[in-house]
Each structure stands twice: as C-alpha cells, then as structure tokens.
Ligand binder design. Structure first.
Ligand SMILES: [Zn+2]
Length: 136
C-alpha cells in the first residue's frame, strides 16, 4: 500500500502525514507538502502585508459577540504571557521612530484637544473625590 507521495514543489518523496488532506488530490492529499504550503503562504503575506491586514481588520469587525469575547480574552492572555517581549519591542520601535511617534502624538492632541482636556478634567474630579470604598 502506498503511504508516500512526491511534493510537486520541492520534489521530495514524503509520508502522507506531511501533506494536508485534500479530497481532489492524489490519494486524498494536497499536491504540495505542508512545508512548501507554509513557505508559499509566508511569501505571499510578505509580498502584500496590507491585504492581510485589511482582511484581518474586516474579519474582526464582523465577529459575533461570543467571538468578540473569545478574541479579546485570547489577546489578553497572549499579552499577559508575553508582557516583557512586547514591552521590549515597543521600546525598540519607539527609539527607532521617536520623531514620528512624537509628531503623531502632538497632531492627535491638537485635533482632539477638547475631548482630551475633558477626559483629564473628569479623571482629576474622580481622584479628588473622598475615597469611600478604597479605605478598607
Ligand atoms: Zn514540498
């Protein structure tokens, strides 16, 4: 019984478990091995990252409420588990693009000045309230 097939991309003979199942493929498996499929999709994403970003953005905007909660929890868990490397990457990006970050912040402040000042005022009002429940 045949348990291997040859990848049409790398031309290496590999066991069936190195191929994704595909009903139309020979023996019920895809023509390219998993490694070649993965490399091809990485190359495609690298060639056009913006189309992937807009696709992901579109998908996120059309989640059901349950999916939204699951997505948020997954991101929270990831961020909690990778806090140090995320912070290091953000610091690195800040140092690399410091001028642009500061210019963007300044521009955002200028175009949202009234909302930002109102938020700060509200936060100050909360802080200066006598602490009722905190003192316990
Ligand atoms: Zn291959």
């Amino acid at each position: 019984m045949t348990t291997t097939k040859t990848c049409t991309e790398c031309h290496v003979e590999k066991p069936f478990e190195d191929f994704y199942a595909h009903p139309a493929g020979k023996y019920g498996y895809a023509a390219r091995c998993k490694v070649c499929v993965s490399e091809a999709s990485k190359a495609k994403r690298r060639a056009d990252p913006e189309s992937y970003r807009s696709y992901n953005r579109f998908q996120r905007q059309h989640l059901t409420p349950e999916q939204r909660v699951k997505y948020r929890d997954t991101r929270r868990r990831y961020r909690a588990a990778n806090k140090d490397s995320i912070n290091a990457a953000n610091r690195w990006l800040y140092r690399l693009h410091r001028a642009k970050v500061l210019a963007d912040r300044k521009q955002r402040y200028q175009s949202h000045r009234i909302e930002i000042l109102a938020k700060r005022k509200a936060a100050r009002a909360v802080q200066s309230e006598p602490a009722k429940e905190v003192a316990r």
